[in-house]
Design a protein. Sequence first.
Length: 189
Amino acid sequence: MLQLAKLFKLFSLSVILLLMASCVRDVDFDQADEFAIEPVVEVSILYFDLKASTLGEITNNDLGGEIEETTRLDLFSDPFVEENLMEATFTFEFTNTIQRAFSAVIILLDEADNELRRIPIYVGESNGQENVVRTIVNFDATEVALLKQMENLTVELGLEPGNPELDSNSPGNLYLKSAGTFFLNIDAD
């Protein structure tokens, strides 16, 4: 009986070793050098809510008026982003509930405030309902170098001439929300 137990243990051990040997294959550790991940990151860029009553403070606004705002964006000053950014998409969405039209220009600027790109957007007047205008701007691999130079973003907003003239009691708002979608490629190198 003792002989049979030893024989069974030896047989079990042989089967386990055979199974382990058949399930293991050569591992190529050089594959780690080929490893890359491609995350997609979405970031809110700029948001504002402009009230019609604020525009009513512009004297003779039936003739039009302009507002300009510049925002510093440090998105691309990080060496990690600069090295790994492959593509980007900017989305600008205006929602107008004011009975006047607007012309907007989004301007991408470098550190010295040199213009890199202009994005003109026309936002028509509201006729009692929200007027939503969405503009999508893509920066492919050939244009991403331009984007990496960007330090500031300016919004030039022009109130188009027309009626009604706005005052401190005028209803409505002009909203802007914008986002960036960034496509990265991170290599193991």
